[in-house]
Design a protein. Sequence first.
Length: 166
Amino acid sequence: MVTVTEEDEFQAIVRQFGLFFRRAYRFSQGLHVHDGGPHLERAAYQALSRIASDGPVRLSALAHDLCVDVSTVSRQVATLESAGLVRRAPDLSDRRASLIEATETGAEVYARHRDKWLAALRDLLADWTPAERHEFARLFARLNEAIAGTAPAVGHGERGTGQESA
């Protein structure tokens, strides 16, 4: 009888990570989320997603949430602003600062993209039981939390790529 060692388990997990990254990229490219709307780079869409789903945010908080430095998120927000998807609004709690908020168009673009992703995931996981989906969501969140707990802070000599979050 062959026993799986702990090292074998970790090697299998590393292999699955590699497959996941490649296949998830290919999967997302096949969704054609830009049909009928502005083409956004993945990093700019991630910024829009955070802003549209969670509400107005300061640039520094957005950079922190997306695990990129402020200069990186500033370029992404500038792209979104020029496309009319976000705007700056005064931060009433600190008049020196501004908040980035989604425009009506930005909220609509986000909703269309989100709906395509949700439909694709429903199709992809159609043969999973509700219990399996629940357990996967729980374990995936736990993995993300563990990764977040080990990630170095961005902005102190490190360059964020905009690819760290989804």
